[in-house]
Design a protein around this ligand. Structure first.
Ligand code: FES
Ligand SMILES: [Fe+2]
Length: 340
């Protein structure tokens, strides 16, 4: 599935950039679903997103600078507000009016969970709820903001696939001697599903503070939720009571790349387990996933020749369900377009 060919994805919020990247006062470029956009902070400190193209002579606005909450093109200084309108042309006399159609497209852009989120068209679903973000019982650790050469569907399948642990993660938490994964309980809901299982995980001394336990093999109670189209929330609970909640947005850059956005929420303290250790721990694991995912085909949606194999493997059921729900979304959208 080539994400840029599916216009319905333009109607969802996507996590695009940590707000901290905008706080330096420089506009920042991003490519979302193949569309070059530029982000900056307006006069209220709120993120704004415009097409990264000046309406004067097409220069990239991300090469300009922020001036008083507006965005000044680096070529001749035409200046845009967050609505995309040109509000200043330095070459004009002060009283000369600026035509209203001197503008560049503006996109919906809001701040949430420390990120700028962008919807290229009127969104049909809210940003997924992450209650831990405001819960004092949890700390928030911004883990990863990385470009990966893969597709969001490949990353999502991987996020719900517990048959790769013994192979991709055999050097970390995967139990190589246990290639048969535990069964998933799957419950569909509007806009996604809930997948629950308990797995064994290798727990070497280097991970004891991560798991809160010293057993050589520990358990992970995994409550994994999918949110259409490209997000998931994995709540890992260890027998120690430690919760390790990973939230991912696999933001589609273009047909072959995603921006991996990863937040971590923990119900312990910095003294229990330093944030840097948690970043290092999950970094090794995401490296393992990245390496194998970048070897996969970003375009294959459902390979019918493999369907029999997939149905015979319980651990592929979540991946199949993601594809089913995505296909239903695409069909619903196509039907609506036809009847419009
Ligand atoms: S190209 Fe942007 S002001 Fe001229
Ligand atoms: Fe993995």
């Amino acid at each position: 599935m080539l994400t840029t060919r599916q216009p319905v994805f333009r109607k969802f919020w996507h996590a695009v950039m940590p707000l901290s990247m905008l706080e330096g006062g420089q506009p920042q470029p991003f490519t979302l679903l193949g569309e070059a956009i530029v982000l900056f902070l307006d006069a209220q400190g709120q993120p704004a997103a415009l097409k990264d193209r000046c309406c004067h002579r097409t220069a990239k606005l991300s090469k300009g600078r922020c001036v008083g909450g507006a965005l000044e093109c680096g070529y001749h200084g035409w200046t845009y507000d967050r609505g995309g309108r040109v509000i200043r042309i330095p070459q004009y006399e002060a009283d000369r009016p600026i035509p209203a159609d001197y503008c560049t497209p503006a996109y919906r852009c809001v701040a949430k969970y420390g990120y700028a989120w962008v919807a290229l068209e009127e969104p049909i679903a809210p940003i997924p709820e992450v209650p831990e973000f405001d819960d004092p019982a949890f700390r928030t650790i911004f883990q990863f903001y990385e470009r990966w050469a893969t597709a969001p569907l490949r990353a999502l399948e991987n996020s719900f696939d517990n048959s790769h642990f013994s192979f991709v993660h055999r050097a970390t938490f995967g139990v190589a001697a246990q290639p048969r994964p535990s069964k998933y309980q799957l419950v569909e809901r509007d806009g996604g599903f809930h997948a629950e299982t308990v797995i064994d995980a290798t727990n070497p001394p280097a991970y004891h503070r991560v798991s809160g336990s010293t057993e050589p093999i520990t358990q992970r109670h995994m409550r994994n939720a999918y949110y259409l189209p490209f997000s998931r929330r994995l709540d890992i609970e260890y027998p120690s009571g430690v919760r390790h909640i990973i939230v991912n947005a696999f933001t589609p850059i273009d047909d072959g790349h995603i921006q991996l956005c990863q937040w971590l929420f923990r119900n312990d303290t910095e003294a229990d387990c330093p944030a840097q250790l948690l970043i290092d721990f999950d970094h090794v694991i995401t490296r393992e996933d990245k390496d194998i995912l970048e070897s996969t085909d970003p375009d294959a949606l459902v390979d019918t020749r493999r369907r029999g194999v997939e149905f015979s493997m319980d651990s592929d059921r979540p991946g199949m369900l993601i594809r089913k729900q995505l296909m239903e979304l695409l069909h619903r959208h196509d039907e609506e377009e036809v009847h419009r």
